[in-house]
Design a protein around this ligand. Structure first.
Ligand code: NAP
Length: 276
């Protein structure tokens, strides 16, 4: 019995130390709370009305993905564009009537030059494209997350698009030693160099989503961070709805600079201030 008590005592001590270390690490990497956005639900309604009157059009890359799906839903719900085009590698089917006026362009991303017309005439472009190294290997990951994204942005710019909104990632850094963060950082920089009138980069942390596709590492990170963010109120993870809502709300705002970066905390703050 005494032996069991001692073992339990040691285990509790060990667990406490582990939790404190994890809390310290999470706290260290946590973004400072963003004060950029204050409550703006009412203002957004007015901005939506104004925006709608300009009959703008947009395209979405990655609308079949988790964030892209939410973004599309949010754009349809807020009805701020007179035309929405989905650009993807396959035709998507929707049952809901809300989706009936969507346009779709099916392209071969390996020969994007041949599909320049698909990128012509849009005012705003949203990109939620991406894959994982685990799924397609290093080369495949670079092709999708770098080559396809940058080439699409180039074609959109050449086709007259004035705004580009890119879903990147927390920690994106072209000088990083980590392939994922390096590629994300390179893409951010290369698209900035294209000189869109307006360019917004979103850098969310781990996306909270019940993904159908199996991604064990992401699943573990989600479970872990989900549990710890409620205990230590860190902000390492974010629901995909929040990212989608922030992307749409931000489209309506007038940024101070041509190119802006919304860090994880900014996305959360914008989502909350817009009335979730
Ligand atoms: N997962 C996270 O926790 C996390 C965190 C921060 C940032 N991000 C970034 O956020 C972005 C969106 O993530 P997500 O999880 O919403 O994406 P997702 O669900 O994996 O969807 C990815 C989209 O990209 C398309 N795609 C993938 N491979 C393609 C290929 N070879 N050719 C053409 N299209 C292809 C998919 O089309 P199909 O449906 O046809 O496959 C889908 O529309 C990504 O860039 C990701 O790196 C993710």
């Amino acid at each position: 019995m005494k032996l069991l008590d001692t073992a339990l005592g040691k285990a509790t001590c060990f667990l406490t130390v582990v939790i404190v270390v994890i809390a310290a690490v999470l706290h260290y990497f946590d973004d400072p709370a963003s004060v950029k956005y204050t409550s703006m639900a009412e203002d957004l309604k007015t901005l939506e009305g104004d925006f709608r009157q300009h009959n703008k059009s947009c395209f979405i890359l990655g609308a079949s993905g988790e964030t892209g799906k939410m973004l599309l839903q949010e754009l349809l719900g807020r009805n701020i564009f007179s035309k929405i085009t989905l650009i993807g590698r396959r035709q998507l089917s929707f049952e809901d009537k809300a989706y009936e006026n969507l346009l779709q362009e099916v392209v071969d991303f390996e020969k994007l030059e041949d599909y320049a017309a698909a990128f012509q005439g849009h005012d705003v472009g949203y990109c939620c494209l991406g894959t994982t190294k685990a799924k397609v290997g290093t080369e495949g990951f670079i092709r999708v997350d770098h080559d396809y994204v940058v080439k699409s942005a180039e074609l959109a710019k050449a086709g007259g698009c004035s705004q580009f909104h890119l879903e990147s990632s927390r920690g994106a850094d072209k000088n990083s030693n980590f392939l994922y963060l390096k590629v994300k950082g390179q893409v951010e920089a290369e698209i900035e160099a294209l000189g869109f009138d307006r360019y917004a980069i979103y850098r969310p942390g781990v996306l909270l989503v019940d993904r159908q596709e199996s991604r064990p590492a992401e699943w573990m990170a989600r479970k872990f961070l989900g549990a710890f963010s409620s205990v230590f109120s860190t902000s390492m993870s974010i629901p995909i709805q929040a990212v989608a809502k922030a992307m749409v709300s931000n489209t309506l705002l007038q940024p101070e600079k041509k190119a802006e970066i919304l860090e994880h905390a900014d996305i959360t703050s914008l989502w909350k201030s817009a009335g979730k």
